[in-house]
Every structure is written in structure tokens, then in C-alpha cells.
Design a protein around this ligand. Structure first.
Ligand SMILES: [Zn+2]
Length: 82
């Protein structure tokens, strides 16, 4: 069974959107591709856990998913400034 310590955290950056839900992307080193997710920044400073968007067989993210966290340079407090 997975514990939180087993799940990696990836830093993401905001993507301009006209939708109400913020959109994010990060460069996946396993797939060598951008993965996009939507979600709000939560009280713990992350965007929460996501199932992996990985399409590359064997990507370790496929087992665990990942926590998304906005890169610090895009945040003031918990407000995205990207
Ligand atoms: Zn991936």
C-alpha cells in the first residue's frame, strides 16, 4: 500500500486559461512531454494528488501518481501570480 512518502511531488507552472479552474503543466522527465492538470491550490500549498498522465510504459509515476505543487516562483502565499 502506498503512503504519502512514496508519492513524488512535482513542481508545475501555471498555464493561462479562460476557465475558472487554474491549469498547470509540468515537464515529465519520464515521458519527455508536458502533462497538464487542472486544480486549485489547497491549504497545504499543493494542488493535490493526481493520477499520472504518463503514457510511457514503465514510468514510475504510473504506479503512484504524483502531488502537484506550484513552483515557488509562481506563488505569493497560496495565490498564483503566474
Ligand atoms: Zn509522464
Amino acid at each position: 500500500m502506498l503512503t504519502k512518502q512514496d508519492v513524488p511531488t512535482v513542481e508545475c507552472q501555471p498555464v493561462p486559461t479562460r476557465f475558472d479552474t487554474p491549469q498547470w503543466k509540468f515537464w515529465c522527465k519520464h515521458c519527455r512531454a508536458w502533462h497538464h492538470h487542472g486544480g486549485h491550490v489547497e491549504a497545504d500549498g499543493t494542488i493535490g494528488h493526481r493520477l499520472a498522465h504518463c503514457h510511457k510504459p514503465g514510468s514510475p509515476y504510473q504506479k503512484t501518481g504524483y502531488f502537484l505543487r506550484p513552483a515557488a516562483r509562481f506563488l505569493v502565499g497560496h495565490v498564483c501570480v503566474g
